[in-house]
Design a protein around this ligand. Structure first.
Ligand code: PLP
Length: 392
Protein backbone atom coordinates (compact mmCIF):
# COMPACT_ATOMS: atom_id res chain seq x y z
CA UNK A 1 0.00 0.00 0.00
CA UNK A 2 1.21 3.48 -0.83
CA UNK A 3 0.48 6.39 1.48
CA UNK A 4 -1.67 6.24 4.59
CA UNK A 5 -4.90 4.57 5.50
CA UNK A 6 -7.62 7.05 6.33
CA UNK A 7 -9.66 6.65 9.50
CA UNK A 8 -13.14 8.17 9.52
CA UNK A 9 -14.98 6.01 11.99
CA UNK A 10 -16.44 7.77 15.05
CA UNK A 11 -13.87 6.23 17.33
CA UNK A 12 -11.13 5.36 17.68
CA UNK A 13 -10.31 8.69 16.08
CA UNK A 14 -7.05 9.99 14.67
CA UNK A 15 -4.37 10.41 17.33
CA UNK A 16 -2.27 13.55 16.82
CA UNK A 17 1.44 12.98 16.29
CA UNK A 18 2.30 14.91 19.48
CA UNK A 19 0.09 12.60 21.51
CA UNK A 20 1.60 9.49 19.95
CA UNK A 21 5.08 10.72 20.72
CA UNK A 22 4.10 11.54 24.29
CA UNK A 23 3.14 7.90 24.79
CA UNK A 24 6.39 6.58 23.36
CA UNK A 25 8.16 6.62 26.72
CA UNK A 26 9.81 3.96 28.87
CA UNK A 27 7.75 2.23 31.54
CA UNK A 28 7.74 4.18 34.74
CA UNK A 29 7.21 3.66 38.45
CA UNK A 30 3.59 4.39 39.28
CA UNK A 31 4.52 4.76 42.95
CA UNK A 32 7.35 7.24 42.33
CA UNK A 33 7.17 10.43 44.40
CA UNK A 34 6.73 12.58 41.28
CA UNK A 35 3.98 10.41 39.79
CA UNK A 36 1.41 11.54 42.37
CA UNK A 37 1.61 15.25 41.53
CA UNK A 38 1.46 14.38 37.81
CA UNK A 39 -1.83 12.51 38.36
CA UNK A 40 -3.25 15.14 40.69
CA UNK A 41 -2.73 17.82 38.04
CA UNK A 42 -4.21 15.56 35.38
CA UNK A 43 -7.37 14.93 37.42
CA UNK A 44 -7.71 18.65 38.12
CA UNK A 45 -7.36 19.54 34.45
CA UNK A 46 -9.83 16.85 33.37
CA UNK A 47 -12.45 18.81 35.29
CA UNK A 48 -11.91 21.71 32.89
CA UNK A 49 -12.82 19.52 29.91
CA UNK A 50 -16.03 18.45 31.67
CA UNK A 51 -16.67 22.06 32.76
CA UNK A 52 -16.84 21.49 36.50
CA UNK A 53 -15.25 23.00 39.57
CA UNK A 54 -16.71 20.71 42.21
CA UNK A 55 -17.02 16.94 42.25
CA UNK A 56 -14.29 14.79 40.73
CA UNK A 57 -13.23 12.88 37.65
CA UNK A 58 -12.30 9.19 37.78
CA UNK A 59 -10.00 7.63 35.20
CA UNK A 60 -10.46 3.88 34.88
CA UNK A 61 -8.27 1.56 32.84
CA UNK A 62 -11.26 0.49 30.77
CA UNK A 63 -13.20 1.74 27.80
CA UNK A 64 -16.26 3.97 28.17
CA UNK A 65 -18.43 0.95 28.95
CA UNK A 66 -16.56 0.44 32.23
CA UNK A 67 -17.37 4.00 33.24
CA UNK A 68 -21.07 3.34 32.44
CA UNK A 69 -20.94 0.41 34.82
CA UNK A 70 -19.11 2.33 37.53
CA UNK A 71 -21.64 5.18 37.42
CA UNK A 72 -24.50 2.76 38.04
CA UNK A 73 -22.86 0.47 40.59
CA UNK A 74 -21.61 3.27 42.83
CA UNK A 75 -24.80 5.28 43.15
CA UNK A 76 -27.75 2.90 42.62
CA UNK A 77 -28.91 -0.51 43.76
CA UNK A 78 -30.82 -3.37 42.14
CA UNK A 79 -34.52 -2.63 42.01
CA UNK A 80 -34.03 1.13 41.77
CA UNK A 81 -36.24 2.73 39.16
CA UNK A 82 -34.55 4.75 36.41
CA UNK A 83 -35.80 6.65 33.37
CA UNK A 84 -34.05 5.89 30.07
CA UNK A 85 -34.59 6.29 26.34
CA UNK A 86 -33.47 4.14 23.44
CA UNK A 87 -32.91 5.35 19.89
CA UNK A 88 -29.77 3.66 18.58
CA UNK A 89 -27.20 0.99 19.32
CA UNK A 90 -25.43 2.82 22.16
CA UNK A 91 -28.50 3.98 24.08
CA UNK A 92 -29.79 0.43 23.54
CA UNK A 93 -26.67 -1.09 25.11
CA UNK A 94 -26.88 1.25 28.12
CA UNK A 95 -30.47 0.13 28.73
CA UNK A 96 -29.33 -3.47 28.38
CA UNK A 97 -26.61 -2.93 31.00
CA UNK A 98 -29.02 -1.21 33.39
CA UNK A 99 -31.43 -4.13 33.11
CA UNK A 100 -28.70 -6.72 33.53
CA UNK A 101 -27.51 -4.92 36.67
CA UNK A 102 -31.03 -5.21 38.05
CA UNK A 103 -32.38 -1.69 37.65
CA UNK A 104 -36.07 -1.27 36.88
CA UNK A 105 -36.06 0.70 33.66
CA UNK A 106 -38.92 2.99 32.69
CA UNK A 107 -38.15 3.04 28.99
CA UNK A 108 -39.03 5.51 26.24
CA UNK A 109 -38.52 3.88 22.86
CA UNK A 110 -37.90 6.54 20.25
CA UNK A 111 -37.71 6.37 16.46
CA UNK A 112 -34.06 5.97 15.38
CA UNK A 113 -33.07 9.37 14.02
CA UNK A 114 -34.41 11.30 16.97
CA UNK A 115 -33.08 11.57 20.50
CA UNK A 116 -34.05 12.00 24.14
CA UNK A 117 -37.81 12.75 24.22
CA UNK A 118 -37.97 15.81 26.48
CA UNK A 119 -41.76 16.07 26.65
CA UNK A 120 -42.10 12.41 27.64
CA UNK A 121 -39.37 12.80 30.24
CA UNK A 122 -41.09 15.84 31.72
CA UNK A 123 -44.48 14.14 31.77
CA UNK A 124 -43.11 11.01 33.43
CA UNK A 125 -41.12 12.98 35.99
CA UNK A 126 -44.12 15.15 36.87
CA UNK A 127 -46.26 12.04 37.33
CA UNK A 128 -43.66 10.52 39.65
CA UNK A 129 -44.79 12.50 42.68
CA UNK A 130 -43.36 9.92 45.10
CA UNK A 131 -39.93 10.33 43.51
CA UNK A 132 -39.47 6.65 42.87
CA UNK A 133 -37.26 7.39 39.88
CA UNK A 134 -33.73 7.59 41.23
CA UNK A 135 -31.91 8.54 38.06
CA UNK A 136 -32.60 9.90 34.58
CA UNK A 137 -30.32 8.81 31.73
CA UNK A 138 -29.50 10.67 28.54
CA UNK A 139 -27.24 9.59 25.69
CA UNK A 140 -26.01 13.00 24.56
CA UNK A 141 -24.70 11.80 21.23
CA UNK A 142 -26.08 8.58 19.75
CA UNK A 143 -23.08 7.50 17.70
CA UNK A 144 -25.02 4.88 15.74
CA UNK A 145 -27.49 7.33 14.23
CA UNK A 146 -25.56 10.62 14.36
CA UNK A 147 -28.11 12.20 16.68
CA UNK A 148 -27.42 14.73 19.43
CA UNK A 149 -29.84 15.31 22.26
CA UNK A 150 -30.53 18.34 24.42
CA UNK A 151 -29.04 17.51 27.81
CA UNK A 152 -29.76 20.97 29.14
CA UNK A 153 -33.39 20.29 28.21
CA UNK A 154 -33.34 17.16 30.38
CA UNK A 155 -32.16 19.30 33.29
CA UNK A 156 -35.04 21.70 32.57
CA UNK A 157 -37.50 18.78 32.57
CA UNK A 158 -36.18 17.64 35.96
CA UNK A 159 -36.42 21.16 37.35
CA UNK A 160 -39.90 21.73 35.90
CA UNK A 161 -41.03 18.62 37.76
CA UNK A 162 -39.11 19.61 40.90
CA UNK A 163 -37.64 16.12 40.71
CA UNK A 164 -34.54 15.17 42.73
CA UNK A 165 -33.36 12.26 40.51
CA UNK A 166 -29.70 12.17 39.51
CA UNK A 167 -28.87 12.98 35.88
CA UNK A 168 -26.63 10.44 34.08
CA UNK A 169 -25.15 11.39 30.71
CA UNK A 170 -23.35 9.23 28.15
CA UNK A 171 -20.91 11.69 26.62
CA UNK A 172 -18.53 9.15 25.09
CA UNK A 173 -18.78 10.62 21.60
CA UNK A 174 -19.58 14.20 22.60
CA UNK A 175 -17.48 15.43 25.52
CA UNK A 176 -14.46 17.43 24.36
CA UNK A 177 -16.11 17.79 20.94
CA UNK A 178 -19.52 19.45 21.26
CA UNK A 179 -20.89 21.65 24.06
CA UNK A 180 -21.12 19.88 27.38
CA UNK A 181 -21.53 21.64 30.73
CA UNK A 182 -21.33 19.35 33.76
CA UNK A 183 -22.12 22.03 36.31
CA UNK A 184 -24.27 24.49 34.38
CA UNK A 185 -26.56 21.65 33.31
CA UNK A 186 -26.58 19.97 36.71
CA UNK A 187 -25.23 16.67 35.41
CA UNK A 188 -24.41 14.17 38.18
CA UNK A 189 -22.55 11.44 36.32
CA UNK A 190 -20.97 11.96 32.92
CA UNK A 191 -19.27 9.12 31.08
CA UNK A 192 -16.61 9.46 28.41
CA UNK A 193 -13.68 7.54 27.01
CA UNK A 194 -10.23 8.16 25.63
CA UNK A 195 -10.66 7.16 21.97
CA UNK A 196 -13.12 9.72 20.65
CA UNK A 197 -13.01 13.46 21.34
CA UNK A 198 -9.98 13.03 23.60
CA UNK A 199 -7.89 11.86 20.61
CA UNK A 200 -6.20 8.91 22.34
CA UNK A 201 -6.14 5.16 21.82
CA UNK A 202 -8.91 3.21 23.55
CA UNK A 203 -8.13 2.11 27.09
CA UNK A 204 -9.29 4.81 29.48
CA UNK A 205 -12.82 5.28 30.77
CA UNK A 206 -13.60 8.72 32.17
CA UNK A 207 -16.32 9.34 34.71
CA UNK A 208 -17.15 12.77 36.10
CA UNK A 209 -19.17 12.74 39.31
CA UNK A 210 -20.90 15.73 40.90
CA UNK A 211 -20.89 16.36 44.63
CA UNK A 212 -24.46 15.04 44.67
CA UNK A 213 -23.36 11.79 43.01
CA UNK A 214 -20.45 11.46 45.44
CA UNK A 215 -22.85 12.02 48.35
CA UNK A 216 -25.17 9.34 46.93
CA UNK A 217 -22.19 7.01 46.83
CA UNK A 218 -21.18 7.82 50.41
CA UNK A 219 -24.74 7.65 51.80
CA UNK A 220 -26.17 4.76 53.77
CA UNK A 221 -28.66 3.94 51.02
CA UNK A 222 -27.99 0.46 49.60
CA UNK A 223 -25.74 0.26 46.56
CA UNK A 224 -24.71 -2.49 44.19
CA UNK A 225 -21.77 -4.74 44.94
CA UNK A 226 -18.69 -3.34 43.24
CA UNK A 227 -15.00 -3.88 43.47
CA UNK A 228 -12.82 -2.98 40.50
CA UNK A 229 -14.93 0.10 39.73
CA UNK A 230 -15.48 1.18 43.33
CA UNK A 231 -15.44 4.93 43.94
CA UNK A 232 -14.24 4.43 47.52
CA UNK A 233 -11.08 2.54 46.54
CA UNK A 234 -10.31 5.03 43.80
CA UNK A 235 -10.91 8.11 45.97
CA UNK A 236 -8.67 6.83 48.76
CA UNK A 237 -5.67 6.62 46.46
CA UNK A 238 -6.52 9.31 43.89
CA UNK A 239 -6.49 11.89 46.66
CA UNK A 240 -2.72 11.60 46.75
CA UNK A 241 -2.34 10.99 43.01
CA UNK A 242 -2.11 7.20 43.00
CA UNK A 243 -4.37 4.33 41.93
CA UNK A 244 -5.69 1.18 43.64
CA UNK A 245 -4.22 -0.86 40.77
CA UNK A 246 -1.60 -0.41 38.07
CA UNK A 247 -2.54 2.62 35.97
CA UNK A 248 -1.98 2.69 32.21
CA UNK A 249 0.97 5.04 32.55
CA UNK A 250 1.58 5.61 28.83
CA UNK A 251 -2.05 6.44 28.18
CA UNK A 252 -1.93 8.89 31.06
CA UNK A 253 1.13 10.54 29.51
CA UNK A 254 -0.77 10.73 26.22
CA UNK A 255 -3.78 12.18 28.02
CA UNK A 256 -1.56 14.88 29.52
CA UNK A 257 -0.54 16.01 26.02
CA UNK A 258 -4.04 15.66 24.54
CA UNK A 259 -5.49 17.67 27.40
CA UNK A 260 -2.83 20.35 26.97
CA UNK A 261 -3.84 20.63 23.31
CA UNK A 262 -7.55 20.71 24.16
CA UNK A 263 -7.19 23.33 26.88
CA UNK A 264 -4.85 25.46 24.75
CA UNK A 265 -7.47 25.53 21.98
CA UNK A 266 -10.25 26.18 24.49
CA UNK A 267 -13.51 24.26 24.68
CA UNK A 268 -15.51 26.92 22.81
CA UNK A 269 -13.07 26.86 19.87
CA UNK A 270 -13.23 23.04 19.77
CA UNK A 271 -17.03 23.08 19.76
CA UNK A 272 -17.06 25.66 16.96
CA UNK A 273 -14.55 23.65 14.92
CA UNK A 274 -16.63 20.48 15.20
CA UNK A 275 -19.69 22.36 14.01
CA UNK A 276 -17.77 23.82 11.08
CA UNK A 277 -16.37 20.42 10.10
CA UNK A 278 -19.75 18.69 10.46
CA UNK A 279 -21.53 21.27 8.36
CA UNK A 280 -19.25 20.52 5.39
CA UNK A 281 -20.08 16.83 5.61
CA UNK A 282 -23.79 17.63 5.80
CA UNK A 283 -23.48 19.86 2.71
CA UNK A 284 -21.94 16.90 0.86
CA UNK A 285 -24.72 14.56 1.93
CA UNK A 286 -27.34 17.06 0.79
CA UNK A 287 -25.65 17.18 -2.63
CA UNK A 288 -25.76 13.39 -3.07
CA UNK A 289 -28.99 12.41 -4.83
CA UNK A 290 -30.86 9.78 -2.88
CA UNK A 291 -28.70 10.00 0.23
CA UNK A 292 -29.91 11.52 3.47
CA UNK A 293 -28.98 11.79 7.09
CA UNK A 294 -30.44 9.29 9.51
CA UNK A 295 -31.02 12.28 11.84
CA UNK A 296 -34.64 13.33 11.32
CA UNK A 297 -33.98 17.07 11.15
CA UNK A 298 -31.26 19.64 11.64
CA UNK A 299 -32.05 19.92 15.37
CA UNK A 300 -30.97 16.29 15.83
CA UNK A 301 -27.91 16.25 13.55
CA UNK A 302 -24.70 15.51 15.41
CA UNK A 303 -21.54 17.55 14.98
CA UNK A 304 -19.33 14.52 15.71
CA UNK A 305 -20.69 11.84 13.39
CA UNK A 306 -23.03 11.67 10.41
CA UNK A 307 -25.01 8.52 9.71
CA UNK A 308 -26.05 8.52 6.08
CA UNK A 309 -28.75 6.45 4.38
CA UNK A 310 -27.61 5.14 1.02
CA UNK A 311 -29.99 5.49 -1.96
CA UNK A 312 -32.67 2.85 -2.46
CA UNK A 313 -31.07 -0.35 -3.78
CA UNK A 314 -27.53 0.55 -2.75
CA UNK A 315 -26.20 -1.67 0.03
CA UNK A 316 -24.27 0.45 2.51
CA UNK A 317 -22.03 -2.55 3.24
CA UNK A 318 -20.74 -2.36 -0.35
CA UNK A 319 -19.96 1.31 0.13
CA UNK A 320 -18.03 0.62 3.35
CA UNK A 321 -16.10 -2.36 2.00
CA UNK A 322 -15.36 -0.60 -1.29
CA UNK A 323 -14.09 2.49 0.50
CA UNK A 324 -11.76 0.33 2.57
CA UNK A 325 -10.42 -2.06 -0.04
CA UNK A 326 -10.22 0.29 -3.00
CA UNK A 327 -9.58 3.64 -1.31
CA UNK A 328 -7.96 2.69 2.03
CA UNK A 329 -10.63 4.64 3.86
CA UNK A 330 -12.52 3.39 6.89
CA UNK A 331 -16.11 4.58 7.15
CA UNK A 332 -18.37 3.59 10.04
CA UNK A 333 -20.74 0.71 9.51
CA UNK A 334 -24.52 0.76 9.98
CA UNK A 335 -25.17 -0.75 13.39
CA UNK A 336 -28.05 -3.04 14.26
CA UNK A 337 -31.10 -2.18 12.16
CA UNK A 338 -29.10 0.34 10.11
CA UNK A 339 -26.86 -2.48 8.82
CA UNK A 340 -26.81 -2.33 5.02
CA UNK A 341 -28.93 0.81 5.01
CA UNK A 342 -26.52 3.44 6.30
CA UNK A 343 -22.84 4.22 6.64
CA UNK A 344 -21.21 6.75 8.93
CA UNK A 345 -18.54 9.40 8.62
CA UNK A 346 -16.91 10.19 11.94
CA UNK A 347 -15.90 13.84 12.10
CA UNK A 348 -14.63 14.28 15.61
CA UNK A 349 -11.22 14.74 17.08
CA UNK A 350 -8.05 15.70 15.28
CA UNK A 351 -9.22 16.61 11.76
CA UNK A 352 -9.18 19.43 9.25
CA UNK A 353 -11.17 20.32 6.12
CA UNK A 354 -8.75 18.71 3.66
CA UNK A 355 -8.91 15.42 5.56
CA UNK A 356 -12.70 15.63 5.50
CA UNK A 357 -12.71 16.37 1.75
CA UNK A 358 -10.68 13.17 1.42
CA UNK A 359 -13.26 11.20 3.39
CA UNK A 360 -16.11 12.69 1.38
CA UNK A 361 -14.27 11.91 -1.85
CA UNK A 362 -13.70 8.29 -0.83
CA UNK A 363 -17.34 7.90 0.20
CA UNK A 364 -18.43 9.47 -3.08
CA UNK A 365 -16.30 7.13 -5.18
CA UNK A 366 -17.45 4.12 -3.17
CA UNK A 367 -21.10 5.21 -3.55
CA UNK A 368 -20.65 5.47 -7.32
CA UNK A 369 -18.94 2.07 -7.42
CA UNK A 370 -21.83 0.57 -5.44
CA UNK A 371 -24.31 1.85 -8.01
CA UNK A 372 -25.52 5.13 -6.52
CA UNK A 373 -26.74 7.58 -9.16
CA UNK A 374 -25.04 10.59 -7.67
CA UNK A 375 -23.31 13.34 -9.60
CA UNK A 376 -19.55 12.64 -9.51
CA UNK A 377 -17.82 15.35 -7.52
CA UNK A 378 -21.05 16.83 -6.18
CA UNK A 379 -20.39 16.11 -2.50
CA UNK A 380 -16.78 17.20 -2.58
CA UNK A 381 -17.73 20.41 -4.40
CA UNK A 382 -20.40 21.24 -1.83
CA UNK A 383 -18.00 20.61 1.04
CA UNK A 384 -15.25 22.64 -0.62
CA UNK A 385 -17.60 25.57 -1.05
CA UNK A 386 -18.45 25.43 2.66
CA UNK A 387 -14.84 25.09 3.84
CA UNK A 388 -13.64 27.85 1.47
CA UNK A 389 -16.24 30.41 2.31
CA UNK A 390 -17.02 29.78 5.98
CA UNK A 391 -14.86 29.44 9.05
CA UNK A 392 -15.17 27.99 12.52
C1 PLP B 1 -18.24 4.47 21.76
C2 PLP B 1 -19.44 4.69 22.61
C3 PLP B 1 -19.70 3.92 23.74
C4 PLP B 1 -18.88 2.73 24.12
O1 PLP B 1 -17.66 3.11 24.58
P1 PLP B 1 -16.45 2.07 24.60
O2 PLP B 1 -15.31 2.98 24.87
O3 PLP B 1 -16.42 1.40 23.28
O4 PLP B 1 -16.71 1.14 25.72
C5 PLP B 1 -20.80 4.24 24.50
N1 PLP B 1 -21.61 5.23 24.18
C6 PLP B 1 -21.40 5.99 23.09
C7 PLP B 1 -22.35 7.09 22.78
C8 PLP B 1 -20.31 5.73 22.26
O5 PLP B 1 -20.11 6.48 21.17
Amino acid sequence: MNGNKHLFIPGPTNVPEEVRRAMNVPMEDMRAPDFGPFVTDLLTDMKKAFRMENGRVFIFPSSGTGAWESAIQNTLTAGDKVLMSRFGQFSLLWVDMAERLGLTVELCDVEWGKGVPLEDYERILKADTKHEIKAVFATQNETATGVSSDVEGVRRALDAAGHPAMLFVDGVSSIASIPFEMEKWGVDLAVSGSQKGFMLPAGLGFLAASDKALAANASNAPKMTRCYFSFEDMIKLNDTGYFPYTPATQLLRGLRTALDMILADGMEAIWARHKFHAEGVRKAVAAWDGCELVARGPEWASDTVSAIYTPEGVDARDVISGAYTKYQTSLGTGLNKLMGKAFRIGHLGSLNPVMLCGAISAAEMALLDAGAKIEPGSGVAAAQEHYRTKSA
